[in-house]
Write a protein that binds this ligand. Structure first.
Ligand code: AMP
Length: 283
């Protein structure tokens, strides 16, 4: 695996592969890699000749200083995991490389940011749009692989690519879960064994609400939120939001849940660790 923190060296290696007619798949990450990340890389390997992974904890997408400083860093283990799935190129830039000057530009996603992660993490998606644009320009991939775990992020990036005419295909990869249903996340590293078991309530709540909507499609949004609240209150988890959302426009649904692609989204805390999860109502 070729490893570099230099933009020009990384670009040159990719250019060389492109001149040999190789297709480039890209998986941006913030490291602390787990099976969820590896599933994206395996998917990229299946679709593309050369797979580039970036590991960069992007400060501009954190709206909470403690969340940024406590974000797990496991580069040595990450490299071993990347080698085990035959990743070809690892790009590990520093802040000085990604933000050499004071940064004035941020990307706005308008109304798409008014709900869920956008609403609860002000500025988060501006930072995501900013770093993803930089990385897309550096790597110039054919296809980029994002997890459905970050459902709103995936929707916004598809929109970014379309509106800014990036010649890139965005591919969404299903959520990888622990055996108990908990969605894999780098932040799970910060949970002890008991908390990890309790954290499965997010998945159980999604399943419970899904069953309720499917058996009673006329259920009101208030009733749905009540079910989600009651379910979480049986655990140590604290609910931040539960939303029923349309897949492409991110509009909050209050009826006709079975029409179009509807996604159930949940966010909350176990201790001071913030977790998110989601589930399509009908797959
Ligand atoms: P992160 O390192 O958290 O920024 O995540 C990098 C990529 O991995 C994003 O596209 C995430 O959506 C994806 N990802 C994280 N966790 C999972 C998971 N459990 N299943 C599938 N993809 C995931």
């Amino acid at each position: 695996m070729y490893i570099s923190d230099s933009i020009s060296n990384t670009k040159n290696v990719i250019k060389e592969h492109k001149s040999n007619e190789k297709t480039i798949g890209f998986v941006p990450t913030m490291g602390a890699l787990h099976e969820g990340h590896l599933s994206l890389i395996r998917c990229a390997k299946a679709h593309c000749d050369i797979v580039v992974v970036s590991i960069y904890i992007n400060p501009t997408q954190f709206n909470n200083a403690e969340d940024l400083s406590s974000y797990p860093k496991t580069l040595v283990e990450d490299i071993k995991k990347l080698e085990s799935v035959s990743c070809d190129i690892l790009f590990t830039p520093t802040d000085d490389i990604m933000y050499p000057e004071k940064s004035y530009l941020s990307i706005s996603f308008g109304e798409l940011e008014d709900v869920m992660e956008g609403a609860y993490r002000p500025g988060h998606f501006g930072g995501v749009g900013q770093i993803v644009t930089k990385l897309f320009n550096i790597v110039q991939p054919n296809k980029v692989f994002f997890g459905q775990k970050d459902f709103q992020q995936l929707t916004l990036i598809k929109r970014l690519v379309k509106e800014y005419c990036f010649p890139i295909e965005i591919i969404g990869v299903p959520i990888t879960r622990e055996e108990n249903g908990l969605a894999m996340s780098s932040r799970n590293e910060r949970l002890n064994e008991y908390q990890r078991e309790e954290a499965k309530i997010f998945y159980d709540t999604l399943l419970l609400v899904k069953e309720n909507i499917l058996s009673n499609p006329l259920i009101s949004l208030d009733e749905i939120k009540g079910i989600a609240n009651d379910s979480l209150s049986t655990s140590i988890a604290k609910l931040e939001y539960f939303e029923v959302i349309s897949d492409t426009e991110l509009e909050i649904k209050t009826e006709n849940y079975l029409e179009g692609d509807t996604v159930l989204c949940i966010a909350g805390f176990i201790g001071n660790v913030r977790l998110i999860d989601n589930m399509y109502l009908i797959l």
